[in-house]
Ligand binder design. Structure first.
Ligand code: ADP
Ligand code: MG
Length: 235
């Protein structure tokens, strides 16, 4: 963690990051030099039109991808200098991911879907109990043995939230988490995410092109054409 000029603590520092994707022979400049911090315990939105580089930035923060240049620093350590095992541990232990498409496994029930990040190391009965408690917290206590196809979109996303928060991550990263939900269900999912993360003082970064869930205390990072808009144009 480092202390910013504002006196706040940052959990992630993003320093002049670029990301160039290759589409066949064509270079796509998704990020053209992004510098910012993700502050401890705050709720961040990355806003901007489709194609502006929001998901690219989120995936770099989550070490699901590597920058073309620049650095992402987590608690003082460059993600690019971590060993493969350390990067796996970062993704497994420190980051909870929530995706637009929920990313649940169809053959597993709600409890086992919540436990997926722990499958490689084996599941203790204590951990299973924690998963059940987490599902009860997201309001799915009566859906424990249901599989994804037996659940609504909002219920599926609540399993994904339970899965992301079960490990008590330092950072929750969500990419268009309400993109496949109607607006009422989306609002419910957001208020649940806010409540759970506020209770645990978790740092949250949500990517969306939809401004309607933004609240006045949120931190807004506004992207356009692979660049962050200047702070004076942040909400
Ligand atoms: P957003 O999430 O704001 O819609 P993205 O970060 O997904 O934006 O994409 C930014 C640009 O990078 C877009 O032009 C997109 O087509 C391109 N892009 C993203 N991912 C890839 C990829 N894996 N391969 C090639 N181009 C990509
Ligand atoms: Mg995107």
């Amino acid at each position: 963690m480092s202390r910013l000029r504002t006196g706040r603590l940052s959990v992630i520092d993003i320093q002049d990051v670029t990301k160039t994707h290759l589409k066949g022979q064509t270079e796509v400049h998704a990020l053209r030099g992004v510098t910012c911090s993700i502050n401890c315990g705050e709720f961040h939105f990355i806003l901007g039109p489709s194609g502006s580089g929001k998901s690219s930035l989120l995936y770099l923060i989550g070490a699901l991808d590597e920058p073309t240049s620049g650095e992402i620093i987590f608690e003082g350590r460059k993600l690019t200098s971590l060993s493969n095992a350390e990067r796996d541990a970062y993704r497994r232990d420190d980051v909870g991911f929530i995706f637009q498409s929920f990313n649940l496994l169809n053959n597993l029930d709600a409890v086992d879907n919540t436990l997926v990040p722990y499958l490689p190391q084996g599941i203790s009965s204590e951990r299973r109990g924690q998963a059940v408690a987490m599902l009860q917290q997201v309001g799915l206590g009566d859906r424990l043995d249901h599989r994804p196809h037996q659940l609504s979109g909002g219920e599926q996303q609540r399993i994904a939230i339970a899965r992301a928060l079960l490990k008590q991550p330092k950072l929750v990263l969500a990419d268009e988490p309400t993109g496949e939900l109607d607006s009422e269900t989306g609002a419910e999912v957001f208020s649940l995410l806010r409540k759970l993360c506020a209770d645990c003082k978790t740092t949250v970064v949500v990517v969306t092109h939809d401004h309607s869930f933004v609240e006045s205390t949120d931190r807004i990072l506004r992207m356009k054409d692979g660049r962050l808009q200047q702070p004076d144009s942040w909400k």
